[in-house]
Design a protein around this ligand. Structure first.
Ligand SMILES: Nc1nc2c(c(=O)[nH]1)N[C@H]1C(S)=C(S)[C@@H](COP(=O)(O)OP(=O)(O)OC[C@H]3O[C@@H](n4cnc5c(=O)[nH]c(N)nc54)[C@H](O)[C@@H]3O)O[C@H]1N2
Ligand SMILES: Nc1nc2c(c(=O)[nH]1)N[C@H]1C(S)=C(S)[C@@H](COP(=O)(O)OP(=O)(O)OC[C@H]3O[C@@H](n4cnc5c(=O)[nH]c(N)nc54)[C@H](O)[C@@H]3O)O[C@H]1N2
Ligand code: SF4
Ligand SMILES: [Mo]
Length: 728
């Protein structure tokens, strides 16, 4: 008998609706088999859109390389142990470390999929908080710390991230994103490329600013090629034109923001002509784009990781937000809106401490927490630098930091820890340094609600999913894993609220057949009732999801801005001060003849964790893209093996020549390099990890937000044949 269960994908921010066909008897031990995953045509937003990664969720669920039992390192090998033993031993070691060195000895790294699991987010944070440790690191500091930092300053809350009103926008300017491949980031929109095409079909304009003519730029809009790392100069010049040449009326901005004059001054030195010399974008193009943007009846500037990860990520996020506000495009139809969600996730994040800056600093006093986490680029130093509060134990949940953090130093640093625990689906490259590896459920094995992404929806909606199938093997939800670890460590998450009884209650319930767990749905039901837009009952009755009221323009400025005086801060002091770096780095960034390294993604990959999926025909993506003229100067032919050398190290991979890449740019994707993986197919097509080339640590952190600077580093590319004449 086949049953069909509605759910949604939680790999990327789209959260596509899916229908999963399952055979076998429901429940643990029923031999359930996912026979097919289909796009859900009745989903109110994705309406049948999805990608191969979502369709591969059944194969992910059944992958024989998945973790099935807890593992412990014994004599260098990871061997299976019971959950009871794992919890007891880890709990005892945590207690001993906290007793001897204090709570800060224990750290937590939350990887990207953490934020796609409400229970995982709440319980992993609840565990370290219960221990009394502020020592949280998260993948957003190798992704979007810049935007979170800037929003905390400008709007009072990190998670205020205005989203483009793509249904009505007249001009959409997209910097450093490849929507057709990535579906964008920090905005939730289904079929991003289709939506952008629709903008054009309506007579609107889409501009893609990118050093590479990307899959998106080939199919939609106008492509503006830019020199890597130089978007800040382009944006400053747009500000220059908008304020000094177009002469936009500043009065409306003054009514809702402070620091207008200081913000305008940021653009003063940057004439389009001066910006042309560093960005490579012709002054006439800059002038035309800025003028059209200021004149459009609804326009949105948007930047993503290709900008966040550059040398001026925070300045860019600030200029983007400020320009959108100054031109009247913030909080208006066709511009940018600030969605609210089924419940006010912005307020909730504030209540749980993710909203604002707090008093906690890294042990060297240099970095504060952004959206509740220290920059992970500082983690190696937090482990290796002698200090009473140095990190001595690390939990890694849904993350692969040894692989995803630049600099190639973190693996060696983890070897110095007294305890490393990885909670994951696979034995990934980080698990190679772990003392314990704990098997988590995948997204078909747990119930969920996409709370982290509620305030990022272009089309507001809500959906709840039950677990589609029972967990295989001994996999457990993070809800249970971290609450059991808390009990074993002698602490209670949410100790001041009635919720602190949940871990104990669940420990008792776990003895019943099927190990039922309570608390998660009940908590969600309360949050939804608080939000008053839908209920858990309604979401259970409408498993395909429900539309919420559209975000109304005019509901943010002067009303929901969370700064002390309710005004947007257009001139935060640290950002104004950081402007100095623009002039200081201008000449270097314009330097001719060098190659600068940038990244790219593939539709079939997802960071480091899609290369083992047998359903997904794996891309031949681990190549270095170069412009043919840059290749010729270095005697490189298409397909040659090349060595890409940076400050941190070197990797070897095949070169591909294409005029899609601007001169002076080399493109190498991240996510590859699986020699140390415990997943067999990924290991077999290992590829190389670009983060062994990208330099890491303090000198390469964006000074305002602590975001790791991962783009635009100068590298050398040499043909391997020239290095070792005997080869080939
Ligand atoms: N298929 C797939 N989808 C994904 C992911 C994945 O790995 N695979 N990852 C997900 C995650 S975690 C995230 S954060 C999002 C990211 O989503 P995006 O931010 O859209 O990321 P990318 O697709 O890497 O696009 C970044 C673009 O920036 C360009 N770029 C590089 N340097 C510069 C520069 O200096 N200036 C400008 N203007 N552009 C530059 C690159 O050439 C690239 O085209 O994607 C998500 N979606
Ligand atoms: N050079 C370079 N480096 C980059 C980037 C880049 O563009 N260039 N991109 C950066 C970006 S945007 C990001 S977001 C980071 C990502 O960095 P990380 O989050 O550190 O790494 P991922 O590769 O996403 O690994 C996610 C892990 O979570 C596991 N996992 C998946 N689902 C679950 C689950 O439900 N529960 C548990 N417990 N585990 C799960 C997967 O098996 C995988 O091992 O990488 C960053 N690194
Ligand atoms: S676009 Fe693909 S990966 Fe992203 S949510 Fe949809 S099915 Fe999942
Ligand atoms: Mo990301």
């Amino acid at each position: 008998m086949t049953r069909s269960v509605r759910t949604f994908c939680r790999i990327c921010e789209v959260h596509c609706g899916l229908v999963v066909d399952v055979e076998g008897t429901p429940g643990v031990g029923g031999g359930e088999r996912v026979v097919k995953v289909r796009p859900d045509r009745e989903h109110p937003v994705s309406r049948g859109y999805c990608c191969v990664k979502g369709l591969g969720l059944g194969a992910l669920h059944h992958d024989e390389d998945r973790l099935e039992t807890p593992l412990k390192r014994v004599g260098g090998e990871l061997v299976p142990i019971s959950w009871e033993q794992a919890n007891r031993e880890i709990g005892a070691r945590v207690r001993a470390l906290v007793d001897e060195h204090g709570p800060r000895a224990v750290g937590m790294y939350q990887g990207n999929p953490t934020f796609f699991s409400l229970a995982g987010t709440l319980m992993s944070a609840g565990y370290v908080e219960a221990l009394g440790s502020p020592n949280v690191f998260a993948s957003h500091s190798i992704d979007v710390n810049t935007k979170f930092h800037v929003s905390t300053e400008m709007y009072g809350l990190s998670l205020v991230q205005p989203v483009p009103d793509l249904a009505h926008v007249e001009m959409f300017m997209c910097l450093g994103s490849n929507p057709l491949v990535s579906q964008m980031s920090v905005v939730q929109v289904a079929d991003a490329a289709g939506v952008l095409r629709a903008v054009e079909e309506r007579g609107g304009r889409v501009v893609v600013v990118d050093p590479r003519r990307t899959e998106t730029a080939r199919r939609v809009g106008e492509h503006v090629a830019i020199r890597p790392g130089t978007d800040a100069y382009l944006l400053a010049a747009m500000l220059h034109v908008v304020t000094r040449e177009v002469g936009v009326d500043l009065a409306p901005a003054r009514a809702v923001a402070r620091g207008v004059d200081a913000f305008v001054a940021a653009g003063a030195p940057w004439t389009p002509e001066r910006a042309e010399a560093v960005t490579g974008v012709p002054a006439a193009t800059i002038r035309e784009l800025a003028t059209a943007y200021a004149a459009a009846d609804g326009a949105a500037l948007y930047c993503s990781t290709g900008v966040n990860m550059g040398p001026f990520g925070s300045i860019c996020a600030w200029l983007v937000q400020g320009l959108n506000l100054l031109t009247g495009n913030l909080d208006r139809r066709g511009g940018l809106l600030v969605p609210r969600g089924a419940f006010d996730t912005l307020r909730l994040a504030d209540l749980v401490g993710l909203g604002r800056f707090d008093e906690h600093r890294t042990t060297d006093g240099r970095w504060h927490r952004v959206a509740g986490a220290f920059p992970v680029a500082a983690l190696a130093d937090e482990i290796t630098t002698e200090h009473p509060d140095r990190t001595r134990a690390l939990f890694v949940t849904s993350g692969n930091p040894v692989h995803s953090v630049p600099g190639g130093r973190l693996g060696a640093a983890l070897e110095r820890l007294d305890l490393v625990v990885s909670v994951d689906l696979y034995r990934n490259e980080t698990a190679a340094h772990a003392d314990y590896v704990l098997p988590a459920t995948d997204m078909l094995e747990r119930s969920d609600f996409p709370a982290s992404h509620q305030s990022l929806q272009v089309v507001p909606h809500a959906q709840w999913t039950p677990p589609v199938v029972a967990p295989l093997g001994e996999r457990r939800t993070e809800w249970r894993i971290f609450s059991d670890l808390a009990l074993a460590s002698g602490v209670r998450p949410w100790g001041t609220t009635p919720a602190h009884l949940l871990p104990r209650l669940n420990r008792l319930l776990a003895r019943l057949p099927g190990s039922p767990q309570v608390g998660f749905e009940q908590l969600l039901a309360v949050l939804l009732r608080w939000g008053r837009r839908t209920t858990l009952g309604e979401l259970r009755r409408r498993p395909e999801g429900v539309l919420l009221p559209p975000t109304e323009p005019g509901t943010f400025l002067g009303r929901r801005v969370a700064t002390p005086d309710g005004l947007v801060d257009l001139a935060p002091a640290d950002l104004v001060a950081d402007l100095e770096r623009l002039a200081a780095m201008e000449a270097d960034l314009a330097r001719p003849g060098v190659l600068r390294l940038v990244g790219r993604r593939d539709r079939r990959s997802h960071n480091s964790w899609m290369h083992n999926n047998p359903y997904i025909e794996q891309p031949d993506g681990n190549t270095a893209l170069l412009h043919p003229l840059d290749a010729e100067e270095r005697a490189i032919a298409d397909g040659d093996e090349v060595e890409v050398r940076g400050e941190a190290g070197a990797v070897r991979l095949p070169a591909r020549l294409t005029t899609d890449v601007a001169r002076g740019v080399v493109v190498v994707p991240h996510g590859w390099g699986h020699r140390a993986s415990g997943a067999s197919r990924a290991r077999a097509r290992a590829g190389v990890n670009v983060n062994e080339v990208v330099p890491g640590g303090a000198p390469h952190m964006e000074p305002v937000s602590g975001q790791a600077v991962m783009l635009a580093h100068v590298v050398e590319v040499v043909p391997v044949a020239a290095l070792s004449p005997t080869s080939g």
